[in-house]
Structures are given as structure tokens and as C-alpha cells.
Design a protein around this ligand. Structure first.
Ligand SMILES: Nc1nc2c(c(=O)[nH]1)N[C@@H](CN(C=O)c1ccc(C(=O)N[C@@H](CCC(=O)O)C(=O)O)cc1)CN2
Ligand SMILES: NCC(=O)N[C@@H]1O[C@H](COP(=O)([O-])[O-])[C@@H](O)[C@H]1O
Length: 214
């Protein structure tokens, strides 16, 4: 079996996607979560990592620190883990252009909307306010432009009239927990790459709305 894919997960909160990725890195997947980095000391995802005996680090923003200064500290910690893949899983900081440019093609994110709809924050409330009938999640490569990287895989969920942010986000979470580990598996098997700002799976260019099996 080829070298195991070293996966580093960045979080800010609960870590349910982290948990899905930990659970997905079983014996059949050539990947291992080698570390978890949080920008919040109280992130429950750190507890999840401890339970799985995964090394953790915290990089907490300092007052009057520029985005670039924070990212330099973050980069120093990241390099200790020598990751093959960096997974943003609810990591709630916008990363500087210089930082992201160093990890093009090896950094992915899960975003709680059907990109390119609703880049940014508060996506569930925006979908409810717009009376959308469908919503979902997008796993994409990370580029400097926020939530604009090539989409790899999307999952759709229905939106009901009686939905609240809580009920809708829960439905989206369920789908994220299914698709994110699959994308990590594809990357670990070297089936998934980014080239010229496009995502490719098994050599086939992935469309704007992610991989769609025939
Ligand atoms: N350069 C990039 N950085 C990040 C990307 C990206 O695509 N390019 N993805 C985001 C993840 N994300 C949505 O999926 C996201 C995270 C955070 C924010 C944001 O506005 N953060 C604020 C602080 C918000 C808070 O503390 O609650 C900020 O950083 O000023 C938007 C989208 C990760 N980074
Ligand atoms: N814009 C970034 C963003 O909103 N990301 C979202 O944060 C949640 C983290 O949940 P988790 O901590 O339980 O994995 C996920 O739903 C993810 O899509």
C-alpha cells in the first residue's frame, strides 16, 4: 500500500465533520488524521481528537495581530505535522492570500451551501429568508477568494416551510458527514487533484456543481 495520506484538520467548534473524517479513516482508507488545530481553546472538536488519541494544537488569535501575522503562526504549527492534506472543518477564519497560495491543491473546505450560492456566513438563515426549496453543502478546494475554489462534491437537502436554522443545519450536517470523508478518501488515493483552478477526479474535470456520477 502506498504511503499513508497525512490529514491535518482545522476546526473552530463542535467538530462533527472532524469526527466523520476520523471515523472515515478506517483500515480501508489510506489516510490518517495526524493532528487537529483549533483557533478556539474551547472547541469541542479538541475533545473528539483527544478521545481518538490525535495530537492537538491551538493557535489563538492575539489582540492587534494582523491576519498575516496570525497566519504565519498558524503555518509554523501546520508544518510540524507535515500534512499531505489540510481539511478545514468549520474553521471560522478567513485565511490570507499568501497563506492559501502555499497550499493550493492540498487544502479543502466544507461550506454549508450549494456554492456558488451563499458564500460567506449565515448560509442557512439566508436560504430560509430567500424561501429556497433546496439547500446543501459543498466540498471545495480552498483558494484565496473566499468560498470560490473549485467545487469537488455537493449534497442537496430539501428546505421545508417550518425549517429553522437548527433543523436545516442539522439536515445539512448529515450530508456533510457523508460527503466529506469520501472526498478525503479520493484525495488519499490520489484520484482527486486541482489543476489550473479546476478539480479533477480520475483525470476527468469536475463540473461547476461538483462531481455528478453518470
Ligand atoms: N482564503 C480563504 N479562507 C477561507 C476559506 C476560503 O475559501 N478562502 N474558506 C473558509 C471557510 N468559511 C466558509 O466555508 C468561512 C469561514 C469564516 C468566514 C468569516 O467571515 N470569518 C470572519 C470571522 C467570523 C467569526 O469569527 O465568526 C473573519 O475571519 O474575519 C467566512 C467563511 C475558511 N477560510
Ligand atoms: N463558512 C464556514 C462554515 O460555516 N462551515 C460550517 O461550519 C460547520 C462546522 O460544524 P462542525 O464543527 O460540527 O464540523 C459545518 O456545517 C461547516 O459547513
Amino acid at each position: 500500500m502506498s504511503e499513508c495520506c497525512r490529514v491535518l484538520v482545522l476546526i473552530s467548534g463542535n467538530g462533527s465533520n472532524l469526527q466523520a473524517i476520523i471515523d472515515g479513516c478506517d483500515d480501508n482508507v489510506n489516510a490518517e488524521v495526524v493532528g487537529v488545530i483549533s483557533n478556539k481553546a474551547d472547541a469541542y472538536g479538541l475533545v473528539r481528537a483527544h478521545h481518538s488519541e490525535i495530537d492537538t494544537s491551538c493557535v489563538i488569535a492575539r489582540k492587534d495581530e494582523s491576519r498575516q501575522q496570525y497566519d504565519l503562526r498558524l503555518q509554523t504549527v501546520i508544518e510540524r505535522y507535515q500534512p499531505d492534506l489540510i481539511v478545514l472543518a468549520g474553521f471560522m477564519r478567513i485565511l490570507s492570500d499568501e497563506f492559501v497560495s502555499q497550499y493550493l491543491g492540498k487544502m479543502i473546505n466544507t461550506h454549508p451551501s450549494l456554492l456558488p450560492k451563499y458564500a460567506g456566513l449565515h448560509t442557512h438563515q439566508r436560504a430560509i429568508d430567500a424561501k429556497d426549496t433546496e439547500h446543501g453543502a459543498s466540498v471545495h478546494f480552498v483558494i484565496p477568494e473566499l468560498d470560490a475554489g473549485p467545487v469537488i462534491l455537493q449534497a442537496k437537502v430539501p428546505v421545508y416551510d417550518e425549517d429553522t436554522v437548527e433543523t436545516l443545519s442539522s439536515r445539512v450536517h448529515e450530508q456533510e458527514h457523508a460527503i466529506y470523508p469520501l472526498v478525503v478518501k479520493w484525495f488519499s488515493l490520489k484520484r482527486l487533484i486541482m489543476h489550473d483552478n479546476c478539480a479533477f477526479l480520475d483525470g476527468e474535470k469536475i463540473g461547476l456543481h461538483g462531481y455528478a456520477p453518470d
